[in-house]
Design a protein around this ligand. Structure first.
Ligand code: IPE
Ligand code: IPE
Ligand code: MG
Length: 243
């Protein structure tokens, strides 16, 4: 099969941090006349496949948009199903993730989720904190605008406490207060199911990310589709405003 890293990311710069907007679960279910939960269930299988394939394809950080701060607008039953699946995923995968050296982390206002979930997520995070393999960052109750508002509040508190002057508010000072502090910005943002919008995802961090869209619905996504997306990334020319 050859060298998977070389095959997927030959030539150009390597994508180290990929952020995925996992979209299309509902449409996958609808096409099969199944309830939306069936699509979300298959979506969890796609998460398993992608997390397994990611390190072999050269990724250091994989950020997954699992639940947005706007997804609370969905019917309570669907929100409940999503929370249940999140719990099931972490409970059933944590041993395998830990064994594979995955470091699990979360961004977004995840501490505002159900107490049983917060407890589970906190324990998973602590347990895998020392791991050296793939950094798997799940965006839970995440919204880019809310994250920036919280960072602005943290900066304002530091100024009010006399720890910071307004002039010391730099891009770096703000970045240090984002949920993603300590992670490199995503090299690419991938959205499945053909939708051409960011939906409040990593608004600051994706400033220079390559945007990749695939028509594949998330439940159909797998390692081969991931390799294809990374191959597309390797064909892009990044400029960062230079020439
Ligand atoms: C993505 O699939 C899952 C979440 C947003 C949690 P959707 O549920 O948005 O699927 P579509 O967009 O309706 O097909
Ligand atoms: C974005 O997908 C959020 C996640 C994938 C978790 P949505 O399906 O919620 O986005 P919109 O509503 O179509 O913009
Ligand atoms: Mg959607």
């Amino acid at each position: 099969m050859g060298d998977p890293v070389g095959d997927a990311q030959s030539g150009g710069e390597r994508c180290r941090h990929l952020a995925i907007i996992m979209d299309g679960n509902g449409r996958w279910a609808k096409a099969r006349r199944l309830p939306r939960i069936a699509g979300h269930r298959e979506g969890v299988e796609a998460v398993r496949r992608v997390v397994e394939a990611a390190p072999g394809l050269g990724l250091d950080v994989l950020t997954l948009y699992a639940f947005s701060s706007e997804n609370w607008k969905r019917p309570p039953d669907e929100v409940n199903d999503l929370m249940g699946l999140l719990k099931h995923y972490v409970q059933s995968e944590i041993n395998a993730l830990h064994k594979n050296g995955v470091r699990l982390d979360f961004i977004g206002d995840w501490q505002a989720l159900r107490p049983d979930l917060v407890d589970l997520l906190q324990r998973a995070r602590t347990r895998t904190a020392g791991n050296r393999g793939l950094k798997l960052v799940m965006a839970l109750n995440y919204g880019g605008q809310g994250e920036l508002v919280r960072a602005a509040q943290a900066l304002a508190r530091a100024v009010a406490a006399g720890e910071l002057t307004p002039e010391a508010i730099t891009a770096e000072a703000l970045e240090a207060r984002l949920d993603t502090a300590g992670y490199p910005p995503p090299d690419a943002v991938l959205r499945t199911s053909g939708e051409l919008r960011l939906s409040n995802f990593l608004l600051w961090q994706a400033a220079y990310a390559e945007y990749i869209v695939t028509d594949t619905l998330w439940p159909d996504f797998d390692g081969a589709a991931l390799a294809q997306a990374l191959a597309e990334f390797s064909r892009r020319e990044r400029r960062f405003g230079g020439r």
